[in-house]
Design a binder for this molecule. Structure first.
Ligand code: UGA
Length: 439
């Protein structure tokens, strides 16, 4: 068993630390934010991820996982360190490596010679080279081994993704580091790709960008279907049946959000431009995504008429279900756009109401339940496809709303038949309408 340090107790860091501890390793997760470390030591997680609180508690109780605010304590005597600090991007898509550099300085100072230094944060291509150079400069007397090991965890299913990955990418230009990292992951029995560091760093961006391209394609297709009167569900079924295409990430809706897809798409486009390559497809995907909430608002207006003064419910604020993360959430953009049109917006989310509050415009109210949000509303928009919303009592929703109220399913997550059977009007994204839509 290895002795592992994880530098950065954020989302990726905590999942990585807890999962390696479950594999039997001794792990210390380090973060410079002492308040966060105190909360973690008290069993409090800074975000919601299904099953993670339980996993962390068990590993702490078993003595395999602990938290520290001291880099000396966390790094001394470890075999491996994973760097999982944040890498924010500026509006041009350029990644800010301040936290990575700080982590590397700590490692150079407190880590021992022979330590395997693994980058897991999503970083621009060539960052592993920067890390290696910085380590050599800061601690010329020590010999570190550097690798890049991008993660493909999805929020909401991160633990399962860790233990059952489609593939593991191990990137290093040092054969010993590659072998050591492959050994660490061997118990997972997953297909493992051992490549150079630049390829590993590019794979991470390229994978997220491709997922984003698929989502934007589905949304463009849905908008086209709405315009020509075809049903996007049927069209997508028709193309997904082709095994070369598949159905994954072709669910149309409000667009992609979160801390990864939008950021990584911007970053890859930036890298491309920097190297003189025109990122035409990437920019197209970003443009489609940026327009999608406004396109949905226009469709709602076409169905309801003037929105000024209209009471409306927005159900869902998180960027996707099973998380309280609202970063780049298109649901927030939608609520804000409706509010800007003069609608009286009431929002609800099973997990993200608290995290969303500071991002919502003043005047948008928060309801405790979906029924309360819908009370007196002319329209309810499903903005995040929480299972709770798929299981709503539509008769009760109808009784709460105005006569002839509209349910706009901005995630195509509902059964239109069940909604209509309760006497409500239903519309989805590119889904065929029963009644004619005014132009
Ligand atoms: C994404 C990738 O899926 C992970 O593999 C990767 O590790 C992670 O980024 C990361 O870089 O850390 P995540 O941000 O958790 O994971 O979100 P996804 O589940 O990929 O969803 C992204 C967005 O696309 C969500 O807003 C979701 O609602 C939207 N989406 C997804 C669609 O609109 N349609 C789809 O068919 C699929």
């Amino acid at each position: 068993m290895e002795s592992i340090a994880v530098c950065g107790a954020g989302y990726v860091g905590l999942v990585t630390a807890a999962c390696f501890a479950r594999m039997g390793h001794h792990v210390c997760a380090y973060d410079s934010d002492a308040t966060k470390i105190r909360a973690l030591a008290g069993g409090e997680l800074p975000f919601y991820e299904p099953g993670l609180d339980e996993l962390v508690r068990r590993q702490v109780d078993a003595g395999r996982l602990r938290f520290s605010a001291s880099p000396a304590d966390a790094l001394a005597g470890r075999d491996v360190v994973f760097i999982t600090v944040g890498t924010p991007v500026d509006p041009t898509g350029d990644a800010d490596l301040t936290y990575v550099r700080q982590a590397v300085r700590d490692i150079a100072r407190y880590g021992g010679s022979g330590m395997l230094v693994v980058g897991k944060s999503t970083v621009p291509v060539e960052t592993a080279d920067v890390v290696a150079r910085l380590l050599a400069r800061e601690a010329p007397e020590k010999r570190f081994r550097v690798a890049s090991n991008p993660e493909f965890l999805r929020e909401g299913s991160a633990i399962d993704d860790f233990f059952h990955p489609d593939r593991i990418v191990v990137g290093s230009d040092d054969e010993f580091a590659k072998a050591a990292l492959c050994d660490l992951y061997a118990p997972l029995n997953a297909p493992t790709l051992a490549v150079g560091t630049r390829a590993a760093e590019t794979i991470k961006y390229a994978a997220n960008a491709f997922l984003a391209l698929k989502v934007s394609y589905a949304n463009e297709l849905a908008n086209l279907c709405a315009a020509i009167g075809a049903d996007v569900d049927v069209v997508l079924q028709g193309i997904a049946a082709d095994r070369r295409i598949g159905a994954a990430y072709l669910q149309p809706g409000l667009g992609f959000g979160g801390s990864c897809l939008p950021k990584d798409l911007h970053a890859l486009a930036h890298v491309a431009r920097k190297h003189g390559v025109e990122p035409t497809l990437l920019e197209g995907a970003l443009a489609v995504n940026a327009r999608q909430p406004a396109a949905i608002v226009r469709r709602i207006e076409a169905l309801l008429g003037e929105l000024d003064g209209a009471p409306m419910a927005v159900l869902g604020l998180a960027f996707k279900p099973r998380t309280d993360d609202v970063r780049e959430s298109p649901a927030i953009a939608l609520a804000a756009a409706l509010h800007a049109r003069g609608a009286r917006v009431s929002v609800q989310d099973p997990r993200a109401a608290r995290t969303a509050r500071r991002l919502l415009p003043e005047g948008v109210t928060t309801a405790a339940t979906p029924y309360a949000a819908c009370s007196g509303a002319r329209c309810a928009v499903i903005a995040t496809e929480w299972r709770q919303y798929q299981q709503l009592d539509w008769h009760r929703i109808r009784a709460a709303m105005q006569d002839d109220a509209l349910i706009f399913d901005a995630r195509n997550a509902l059964d239109p038949g069940a909604v209509r059977a309760a006497g409500l009007r239903y519309a989805g994204v590119g889904r065929a309408m029963r009644q004619a839509v005014p132009a």
